[in-house]
Design a binder for this molecule. Structure first.
Ligand code: FES
Length: 160
């Protein structure tokens, strides 16, 4: 299969030269120096590597880069816009929804993906959407609180 030579990452066209079967995570981290998405398990089980593909959360460690070609890739580095943090990032800061921080980029990206699909999720929907993202420090209650806060502030921003 032909090598992958271009990706659309965080709104920009990025030139690469990658074997199509390489993981999207390795291309992001090693070729494009976007190290926000983390390598945790490497098997699709922890969510540390979560990025958005056309707005949907995927595990980039088990996604071949060929599957991302021609799609919009959003990493944690691309969430802030116009000098302002994404509402989920802001809410994580305000609620202290992190401890060691290793899972945080994946959690935030997964939550941002959820809010794109569902602007006002119920607590159970947040829990279900983030169920596959593992936090070994156990900050889950504050993470859920942060996502609820982000949904609320996003709603208020849309209204205002
Ligand atoms: Fe991808 Fe764990 S590193 S799911």
């Amino acid at each position: 299969m032909a090598r992958i030579t271009e990706l659309n990452v965080n709104g920009a066209r990025r030139r690469i030269d990658a074997d199509p079967e390489r993981s999207l995570l390795s291309v992001l981290r090693e070729d494009l120096e976007l190290t926000g998405a983390k390598y945790g398990c490497g098997e699709g089980q922890c969510g540390a590597c979560t990025v958005l593909l056309d707005g949907r959360a995927v595990r980039s460690c088990i996604t071949p880069v060929r599957a991302a070609a021609g799609k919009r890739i959003t990493t944690i580095e691309g969430l802030a816009a116009g000098g302002r943090l994404h509402p989920v990032q802001q809410a994580f800061l305000e609620t202290g929804a992190l401890q060691c921080g290793y899972c945080t980029p994946g959690m935030i990206v997964a939550a941002a993906g959820l809010l794109r699909q569902n602007a006002d999720p119920a607590e159970q929907e947040i829990v279900r959407a983030l169920d596959g993202n593992i936090c070994r420090c156990g900050t889950y209650p504050r993470i859920v609180q942060a996502v609820r806060m982000a949904a609320k502030t996003s709603k208020e921003a849309r209204r205002g």
